[in-house]
Design a protein around this ligand. Structure first.
Ligand code: FES
Length: 75
């Protein structure tokens, strides 16, 4: 039986929402296993004190990122 695909969803003006199963490895090679159907938020604004994870700083600091990919970028 095949594993369900990893889903990465952008949140307007916020983080990337990652849905497992997936393994996140940080810059110090710490491994965070995310089981099937579990979700974590990855920082997209660069302001989190808990990188690579979101800590809510984007909302406090007014981060904006609501741009959409163009059709050519989606292929
Ligand atoms: S996206 Fe939430 S703290 Fe960066």
């Amino acid at each position: 039986m095949s594993e369900p695909p990893v889903v990465i969803k952008t949140v307007d003006n916020g983080p990337y929402q990652v849905k497992g199963p997936v393994k996140v490895v940080d810059h110090e090679n710490n491994v965070y296993e995310l089981g099937p159907g579990r979700t974590r938020l990855l920082c997209r604004c660069g302001l989190s004190a808990k990188k690579p994870f979101c800590d809510g700083s984007h909302a406090r600091e007014g981060f904006t990122a609501a741009d959409r990919a163009t059709p050519a970028e989606t292929q």
